[in-house]
Design a protein around this ligand. Structure first.
Ligand code: ADP
Ligand code: MG
Length: 680
């Protein structure tokens, strides 16, 4: 066998059919996978403390001699207590076990052991209940704790890992080329694997972790960059002439400096023969749409067809209207293609796209259908990108011959996460809001203040202004539909009798949603009661109050998006977050919302509080799962890994050189889970 470590786990001593089945549940099928199944935490048995010096209530390790064989006490039926006393030569400590004759039976009078647990007790008496016990000769060390599954304890896994290291440690092949490893000052794989499982000391553990984190992030970056490289081959679709001044001249407002800069960056990309691959980041309301419009304008004037994809029909329609107004006068022909477009219209639009009689197609996923064929697709824009997977982005781009790509993020994304998800996309940032923007005052209040909130809303509606209320989130067993309908009814029949209310929810047909949004935009509806479908992108400048029920249940970035629906016109605006949450973290999160309107700061706080997995809610973001690297704390390593990945690919774009084959295999393995290897 070429590589013993790829062997099935059943070839490992002590692992039979049954145990192999349990390991399979943990996703571990080979010896190699077991060696890379890292502990989730550690018990520090390496710092031995005296009984008197043991910290109260915290896990610690005490070395002591058993002063008498444990005694057995029947407390009541089904509850047996085993009790003994140990000493470290200075103090005494009582040890107890409940219903654990095995643990108690191992303790022999006069012998020395390590006891790991929390020290408690009263009136100067020290005791440790149900400690973990080891013979003192095994030595004080840092012990691994593994993610376990029923029938497979952390201790059993530890034994298996130890055997695997013994049997196969020598055949571990280091995917990092020697030169790179040395340049980065990283330890060898063998050392890293040994010490991540059985750290010699804290420093060795840190070195092991550093190296494995770097390797994982490097692999991730290589994979993402390879994905991008596929769209980075040469393109014949250049936009040689810059029409942006003509576009800016006919805008109803002066572009901000940041908008000008972003447009210039895009146009510079599109002038070259390497297709643009750019992420446009900007806070809510920073005017990303106008940037997209300017870029589309120049692309279309250069004879390129453009496509813009949005995640919802409402948003696609809104973009369509905005863009049509901005681009139509220049003779740019726009079309809208969503789920709500009639079959006959669809047929007509597809025909025109194919013949090149439409210059810009705005739409939803409907654009991805295989019978949507472009005449000469040269620019693809995706809005609120993180809702589309890597694959969908590629699917739209594949409709052209290496078109330029502009990705607009919905909310600011922390730098680390942006790097992860967008790999090596170039980034333009809109760090300036258009002038005259209203600061949005934000308040977090308890539900006891509902009446006052309603009064406040009515005061604004009476002045001809508008507002949103985001419904309470559904309870289990309740459907979103009935909950939202009942809530809207209750408001209409109660506090808002005589006002014009509208309801927007996720179960409505696209056409109905659009109709409701249209009525809201034209002030036929004064107060829009909505589930979170209103969250993205919608722009109604006359709406000035946003009320969110159950605010604690939303992510901060989501709340920031919701809040961004107001403060878009000339009127001062308010956001009211209603919540009865008591717990400290929830309160802190809502306080963050009240303290700042800076989307980048909120995004950072959100990532720190919730972790990357939840950052985008349940929505899939097409990234492979990481085993060891942490997107919040390993930021510095990420930067290094990205630089190293760039350097490697510059010399060996296909990872075909002998020293890079290990990395190539690692990239394939990491991206297997998301079905994208970047290397086919
Ligand atoms: P977002 O970045 O959140 O997508 P939009 O593109 O929807 O923001 O822009 C928000 C609002 O700001 C729109 O009403 C738009 O017309 C307006 N806007 C954009 N740029 C400017 C500007 N430079 N000056 C004034 N208003 C602007
Ligand atoms: Mg937008």
């Amino acid at each position: 066998m070429a590589n013993q470590s790829e062997m099935d786990l059943r070839y490992l001593k002590g692992v039979g059919e049954k145990r192999a089945g349990l390991f399979h549940r943990l996703g571990v099928d080979s010896i190699d996978a077991l060696l890379h199944f890292y502990p989730r935490a550690y018990e520090d048995w390496s710092r031995v403390v005296s009984i008197a010096g043991a910290p109260f209530g915290e896990p610690c390790c005490v070395k002591a001699i058993v002063s008498r064989t444990p005694s057995k006490h029947l407390i009541r039926k089904g509850l047996t207590l085993y009790k003994t006393e140990v000493t470290d030569g200075i103090s005494l400590m009582q040890i107890t076990f409940f219903n654990n004759p095995y643990a108690a039976g191992r303790l022999k009078e006069g012998e020395e052991y390590l006891f790991f647990g929390r020290v408690g007790g009263r009136f100067g008496r020290r005791e440790m209940a149900s400690p973990l016990v080891e013979r003192a000769e095994t030595g004080a060390r840092i012990r691994p704790i593994y993610p376990q599954t029923e029938g497979l304890s952390s201790r059993v896994i530890e034994t298996c890992v130890a055997r695997a290291l013994e049997q196969c440690g020598d055949c571990l092949q280091d995917p990092l080329p020697d030169a790179l490893r040395q340049e980065q000052g990283l330890c060898h794989l063998r050392f890293a694997v040994e010490n991540i499982h059985f750290p010699a000391d804290h420093e060795a553990l840190a070195r092991a972790r550093e190296r494995l984190v770097f390797e994982e992030l490097l692999t991730l970056q290589l994979g993402l960059m390879r994905l991008k490289a596929r769209t980075r081959t040469q393109t014949a679709l250049r936009a040689e002439w810059d029409y942006s001044e003509a576009f800016f001249a006919q805008l109803p407002f002066a572009p901000t400096g940041a908008q000008r800069r972003a447009v210039a960056e895009c146009l510079r990309d599109m002038r070259s023969t390497t297709p643009m691959s750019r992420l446009l980041q900007g806070d809510v309301g920073s005017g990303k749409t106008a940037v997209a419009a300017a870029v589309i304008h120049t692309a279309a004037q250069n004879g390129l067809q453009c496509a813009m994809m949005a995640p919802t029909g409402i948003l696609a329609e809104q973009h369509y209207h905005t863009l049509e107004k901005l681009l139509g006068p220049a003779g740019i022909r726009c079309a809208l293609l969503t789920g709500a477009t009639s079959t006959a219209q669809k047929r007509e639009i597809k025909r025109k796209l194919l013949l090149g009689e439409v210059d810009l197609a705005v739409g939803t996923h409907a654009l991805l259908q295989s019978d949507v064929i472009f005449h000469r697709l040269g620019l693809v824009v995706t809005d609120e990108q993180h809702r589309f997977g890597v694959r969908q982005r590629a699917a739209l781009a594949d409709k052209g011959d290496h078109p330029h790509l502009l990705v607009m993020s919905a909310t600011p994304i922390p730098r680390t996460l942006a790097l992860m998800i967008y790999g090596d996309l170039d980034v333009s940032i809109l760090d300036e809001l258009p002038p005259g923007r209203q600061q949005i005052k934000t308040y977090a209040v308890g539900s006891a203040l509902h009446q006052r909130v309603y009064t406040y809303l009515k005061k604004h509606l009476d002045q001809g202004l508008q507002a949103y209320i985001v419904c309470p989130l559904v309870e289990e067993g309740e459907t979103e539909l009935t909950a939202a309908q009942e809530y809207a009814q209750r408001l209409q029949n109660g506090p808002f009798r005589g006002y014009r209310l509208g309801l927007l929810h996720g179960r409505m047909k696209p056409r109905e949603k659009e109709e409701t949004m249209r009525r809201f935009a034209s002030n036929e509806i004064q107060l829009l009661v909505s589930t979170t479908v209103v969250e993205v992108g919608v722009d109604v400048p006359n709406a000035v109050v946003m009320v969110v029920e159950n605010a604690e249940r939303f992510g901060l970035s989501q709340l920031h998006q919701l809040r961004g629906r107001v403060g878009r016109g000339v009127h001062p605006s308010t956001c009211i977050l209603i919540s009865d949450a008591e717990n400290e973290q929830a309160r802190q999160r809502l306080q963050t919302m009240c303290d700042t309107t800076d989307g980048f700061r909120i995004a950072d706080a959100d990532l720190k509080l919730r972790g990357p997995g939840d950052f985008f809610g349940a929505r899939q973001h097409g990234l492979p799962a990481l085993k060891i690297a942490n997107m919040v704390t390993d930021m510095e390593a990420l930067g290094r890994a990205q630089q190293a990945a760039r350097k490697i690919l510059r010399k060996d774009p296909a990872l075909a050189q002998v020293e890079n084959l290990g990395l190539r295999t690692a990239v394939g393995a990491l991206f297997q889970s998301v079905g994208e290897t970047g290397l086919n």
